[in-house]
Design a protein around this ligand. Structure first.
Ligand code: SF4
Ligand code: SF4
Length: 293
């Protein structure tokens, strides 16, 4: 069983639409939405929930009003400004535990924090593992790790060949969690100045973790000069550019309809480059090609 993670370096490159199309094309796979801060793969896949689980992470302080003498020490010393009027704000508390140690009456206890939920769902393209992080909750890296782990376990259980992971944007902790140990990264980029810069950054993360990477240029016709620049960059580093996908408003229309692009249209103008990208990913996963970031 092999794991491919689709990354973008930033949001808004069309990554999730491409993952949705890969989901329609790939056989015998499990899907994982690792973009837990802004999960949206489910919008294309209309999942039917099979299991829901709580995700507990970190701790928050809680004040017992019956034991609190209103001395104000905790409010004075909390460097995160999380305590007001002898109450702890759930969003502000970082769980450092200082107030609980300092409170002269022992009125503050640290309690486990429910940070979010994760789900196993059935979709028309197979099993999907996805998650929702609570508002202002951190530790998305830990939740991404959990989602990946569950997707791998399910893939082994179901006899699937691949897990396709929709990765988080950026290059932070959640991206590292989604990437480490994967068989392959597919970087979706667009030929804007920031898109190229973000692609370079995410490729450097792949290089650091020794994960082979492929590049897919989305909306290539919006800036042919930028597309050329991406191709030159990839050529010079022996990174395969697997497809150039044109801008097409039907990508957004499909998203609005809640279906994958390949269900929305069979016009090869837009479907062929995506099929070409998936074929290149599949071939690389099968070990029929070589090269790296
Ligand atoms: S330090 Fe303890 S007793 Fe003092 S205000 Fe805070 S909770 Fe109340
Ligand atoms: S645990 Fe730390 S961050 Fe939370 S309220 Fe207490 S001092 Fe502030």
């Amino acid at each position: 069983m092999k794991e491919v993670v689709v990354l973008s370096g930033k949001g808004g490159t069309g990554k999730t639409s491409i993952v949705g199309a890969f989901a329609a094309l790939a056989r015998n796979k499990v899907l994982a939405d690792c973009d837990v801060d802004a999960a949206d793969l489910h919008l294309l896949l209309s999942p039917s929930m099979r299991e829901e689980h709580e995700f507990w992470s970190g701790q928050v302080a809680e004040i017992d009003p019956d034991r609190c003498t209103r001395c104000g020490l905790c409010e004075e010393t909390c460097r995160f400004d999380a305590i007001h009027a002898y109450q702890v704000g759930r969003i502000g508390c970082e769980g450092c535990g200082l107030c609980a140690r300092l409170c002269p009456t022992g009125a503050i206890r640290m309690k486990d924090n429910l940070s979010g939920h994760w789900f196993i769902s059935d979709t028309r393209f197979g099993t999907l593992v996805h998650a929702r992080l609570g508002i202002a909750q951190e530790n998305s890296g830990k939740l991404v790790h959990l989602v990946r782990q569950k997707a791998k376990e399910l893939a082994l259980h179901e006899g699937a060949d691949i897990t396709i992971n929709d990765g988080p944007p950026g290059i932070g902790c959640a991206v590292i969690s989604s990437l480490s140990g994967a068989a392959l990264a597919c970087i979706v980029t667009e030929p804007s100045l920031s898109g190229i810069h973000d692609m370079e950054r995410v490729l450097s993360v792949c290089r650091h973790f020794v994960i082979p990477a492929l590049v897919c240029i989305n909306k290539h016709d919006m800036n042919e000069e930028g597309t050329q620049q991406i191709e030159n960059y990839c050529d010079s580093r022996h990174i395969q550019v697997i497809s150039r996908i044109p801008f097409d408003p039907r990508v957004t229309e499909a998203q609005v309809q809640g279906v994958s692009l390949l269900e929305y249209t069979d016009d090869s103008y837009i479907t062929a480059p995506i099929e070409q990208a998936w074929e290149a990913v599949r071939v690389r996963l099968d070990g029929k090609a070589s090269g790296g970031p």
